[in-house]
Design a protein around this ligand. Structure first.
Ligand SMILES: Nc1ncnc2c1ncn2[C@@H]1O[C@H](COP(=O)(O)OP(=O)(O)OP(=O)(O)O)[C@@H](O)[C@H]1O
Length: 615
C-alpha cells in the first residue's frame, strides 16, 4: 500500500521509501577520496591546543552512502567539516582524490555541505528558494527553460510538489530537510556532505530523507552523512560507515564488514542487536586496549590501500597551514558563477520580496510609525507656535529624535539576525561576493528607511502645529531620515556581529547614555569641562541641534504668546539660551552624514569579520 508521503508498507510493516522515477543527470566522474593521518587541533583560550581528530584514515567513494557514527562528542561534525574542506586551519594529513593530492578549491567547487541547522529565508516559498539558488549557482548562460527544468526535476525527485508554493516557514521539518538538499542539488554536485539530516524528524520521515540520500549516492555521488543514532532500518541503507570515538576512527569501510572487524578486535555483536547501537556502545567505552586494537586495525587497513603517497611531514604541514591562514577565503570558497550585476539584481529582488512579507520588521514598523505619529500629534496638538508651551514643544522634538532612532535600531537587529547564518553559508558556497551582498542589503533597506520617517514626520509635524513652511519641514524630514539611517545601521551592525541577547542589550546600553549629551537634559556650558568633548562625539547632539535650528532658527521671528507671561518670545533668543545659536543646520547635517558614512563602512567591516569568524 502506498501513502500520500510516497511510502509503501511491506508485509512486515516496515516503511520503504518510494523514490520518484525522475533522475538528475548522474555525475560524469567516479570519485574516490582517500584520507590518511588526518589530525585536527583547535586553539582554545583555556586549555591551549586541543586535538579533536587523531590521525584518522578512511575513504569515501562515488555511488556509496557513507554514514558517520559515534557517540556524542566523538568528533563526527568535526570530521565532516574537515573532509568537506570547511576547516583548514589546524588540519594536517593527506587527502587524495582519485590518487592525486586533493586540490581544496576544486574539491569545494564540486562538493556541497548541508549543515544540521541549514538556515533558509523563511519568507520565500519553496520554489522561490530553489529559483534563487538556480539563478546564483548556475552559469548566466544557462537558458531559463533549463533552469526551470532543473527546478522541476528537483521538486519531483524530492517529492516537494505539494509545498511548492508554500512559504518555507510553513513547511514541515522533513520538507525543509528535503528543500535544503534541493538547494544544493541545483548544481548536481558529485560530492555531498550532510550533518545530521534526520535530526528532529520522526522515524518514518527520517527513513524517507535517508532514502533520498541513498538514491543520490546510488546515482553516482559521494554522499556522507552524520547520523546520531540510526535505527536498524536506517543503518541498512548505509553502504559504508565511519565509526568515531574520542576523535579516533575505530572503523572505516563497508558496512557489511564492520561487525567482522569489531569481532576480530574482541567485540562481538549479540544476535538481533542493532549494529549501530552496538558500535556506539563500544565507542562510548573509555579508551582501552581493544579500542586501540580497532584503531590500529583501521589504520593498517587504509595504509595498505594507499601506500603510494608519502605523508606530508609535520613541518611541511605546518607551512601549508600557515599559508592557508593568510588567505583562507580564496582557498575554501569557490568562485561565483554569475556576474556582479546579476548577483546584485537577484539579491535585491530577494531582499525586497522578503521585506514585503516581513510582518514584524517591516509592516509592523510602518504601522508603528503612523500610530506613534498620531499619538504624538494628539498629545502635543498644535503647540508648535505657542511661546508659553515652548518647553513642551522641545520635549516633543526630543521625542521625535528618540523615536526615529530607537524605532529603527531595534527592529533592524531582527532583520540582520535572521540573515547572518544564511549570508555566511551562501557566501562560502560562492553564490555571491561580499560586495554584492552588502550593496544589495543597503539598497534594499532604503525604501523602508525613507517610508517610515516620512510618514512619521509628515503626520506629527502638522498635527503638533510646527511652522507651516516647506523649508523647515524639509529640514526636519532630512534630520529624521538621517536619524533613521543611523539607528538602522547601528541595529544591523549589532545584529550581524552579536547574538540576539547581546544585541538587544548592547544597542540601547551604548547609545542611550549619549542622549545625555544631546543638549536636551543639560546645557553644554553647564557640563564639567572633561565631559564636554563627549557632546562633540554624541550624534544625538547634532540630531537635536538640527531639529532645534530647523524649528527655531533661520529668522523664525516672534512666537505667539497665549499666556500672560512667556519667557521666550523669539526663537533666536531661545536658541542662544540653550547654546544652539547660529544658523548652522548644514554643519549638523554634515556631521550626521559623516556618522552615517562611518556606520556604512563599519557595517561592511562587520560582514567581513563575520565571514572570517565562521571559518
Ligand atoms: N572550537 C572548539 N574548541 C574546543 N573544543 C571543540 C571545538 N569544536 C568542537 N570541540 C569539541 O570537540 C568534540 C567533538 O565535537 P563534535 O561537534 O565534532 O562532536 P559530535 O560527534 O558531532 O557530537 P554530537 O553528536 O553531540 O553533535 C567535542 O568534545 C567538542 O566539545
Amino acid at each position: 500500500m502506498t501513502d500520500s508521503a510516497g511510502q509503501r508498507q511491506t508485509s512486515n510493516g516496515l516503511a520503504i521509501v518510494q523514490i520518484p522515477v525522475v533522475r538528475l543527470t548522474p555525475p560524469r566522474q567516479e570519485l574516490e577520496l582517500h584520507f590518511s593521518q588526518v589530525s585536527y587541533s583547535v586553539k582554545s583560550a583555556t586549555k591551549g591546543t586541543k586535538q579533536l581528530l587523531h590521525e584518522v584514515c578512511g575513504q569515501l567513494r562515488s555511488g556509496r552512502l557513507t554514514g558517520v557514527l559515534g557517540p556524542s562528542g566523538a568528533g563526527k561534525t568535526t570530521l565532516l567539516n574537515v573532509l568537506a574542506g570547511f576547516k583548514v586551519n589546524g588540519v594536517s594529513g593527506q587527502f587524495d582524490l582519485n590518487g592525486q593530492p586533493r586540490d581544496l578549491l576544486s574539491f569545494r567547487n564540486m562538493s556541497s555541505y548541508i549543515p544540521q541547522d541549514f538556515e533558509m529565508l523563511s519568507l520565500l516559498t519553496v520554489e522561490e528558494t530553489l529559483r534563487v539558488s538556480a539563478d546564483l549557482k548556475l552559469p548566466t548562460s544557462t537558458p531559463l527553460e533549463q533552469k526551470q527544468k532543473i527546478i522541476d526535476d528537483i521538486v519531483d525527485i524530492l517529492n516537494l510538489q505539494s509545498c511548492r508554493r508554500t512559504l518555507v516557514r510553513s513547511t514541515s521539518g522533513g520538507e525543509r530537510k528535503r528543500l535544503s538538499m534541493g538547494i544544493e542539488l541545483i548544481t548536481n554536485p558529485p560530492v555531498m556532505f550532510f550533518d545530521e539530516p534526520t535530526s528532529g524528524l520522526d522515524s518514518v520521515t527520517s527513513l524517507q530523507v535517508m532514502g533520498y540520500l541513498q538514491r543520490l549516492a546510488h546515482d553516482g555521488r559521494i554522499v556522507v552523512c552524520v547520523v546520531h543514532q540510526p535505527s536498524s532500518n536506517l543503518m541498512r541503507l548505509f553502504d559504508d560507515v565511519l565509526v568515531l570515538a574520542h576523535g579516533e576512527l575505530l572503523y572505516a569501510g563497508p558496512q557489511a564488514e564492520m561487525l567482522g572487524c569489531f569481532q576480530q578486535a574482541g567485540y562481538c555483536c549479540p544476535n538481533y542487536y542493532n549494529p549501530a547501537d552496538f558500535v556506539l556502545e563500544v565507542g562510548s567505552e573509555s579508551s582501552n586496549q581493544r579500542c586501540d586494537a580497532l584503531i590500529e586495525q583501521n589504520k593498517d587497513r587504509h595504509s595498505s590501500i594507499k601506500r603510494l603517497h608519502k605523508l606530508i611531514p609535520d613541518e611541511q604541514t605546518a607551512l601549508m597551514d600557515s599559508a592557508i591562514d593568510l588567505r583562507p577565503d580564496s582557498v575554501v570558497r569557490p568562485k561565483e558563477q554569475v556576474s556582479f550585476s546579476y548577483q546584485l539584481c537577484v539579491l535585491m529582488k530577494r531582499h525586497l520580496r522578503v521585506m514585503s512579507r516581513n510582518l514584524i520588521a517591516v509592516q509592523m514598523r510602518i504601522i508603528m510609525h503612523v500610530v506613534v505619529a498620531l499619538l504624538l500629534g494628539v498629545v502635543y496638538w498644535q503647540i508648535g507656535d505657542d511661546a508659553a508651551k515652548l518647553p513642551s514643544n522641545v520635549a516633543c522634538l526630543f521625542f521625535v529624535m528618540l523615536f526615529a532612532f530607537s524605532g529603527n535600531a531595534m527592529p533592524s537587529i531582527l532583520l540582520c539576525l535572521q540573515e547572518s547564518a544564511i549570508f555566511i553559508r551562501e557566501y562560502y558556497n560562492g553564490w555571491y561576493s561580499l560586495n554584492a551582498y552588502y550593496i544589495s542589503k543597503v539598497l534594499a533597506d532604503l525604501p523602508l528607511q525613507f517610508t517610515c520617517p516620512t510618514l512619521f514626520i509628515g503626520i506629527s509635524y502638522f498635527m503638533t502645529g510646527q511652522p507651516p513652511e516647506l523649508s523647515r519641514f524639509l529640514m526636519c524630514w532630512a534630520v529624521c531620515i538621517i536619524t533613521t539611517f543611523i539607528g538602522h545601521f547601528i541595529g544591523v551592525i549589532a545584529g550581524s556581529l552579536l547574538d540576539m541577547q547581546m544585541s538587544i542589550f548592547i544597542v540601547p546600553a551604548s547609545t542611550i547614555p549619549l542622549m545625555l549629551f544631546s543638549g536636551f537634559f543639560i546645557r553644554m556650558r553647564e557640563l564639567s569641562w572633561f565631559l564636554r568633548p563627549i557632546c562633540d562625539i554624541s550624534f544625538f547632539r547634532y540630531i537635536f541641534e538640527g531639529l532645534m535650528r530647523a524649528i527655531y532658527g533661520y529668522d523664525r521671528g516672534h512666537l505667539s504668546c497665549q499666556s500672560e507671561y512667556c519667557h521666550f518670545k523669539s526663537g533666536k533668543q531661545f536658541l542662544k539660551d540653550i547654546d544652539m545659536q547660529g544658523d548652522e543646520f548644514g554643519w549638523d547635517m554634515m556631521v550626521l552624514s559623516l556618522v552615517t558614512l562611518l556606520l556604512l563602512i563599519a557595517f561592511y567591516a562587520t560582514l567581513h569579520v563575520s565571514i572570517r569568524r565562521a571559518l
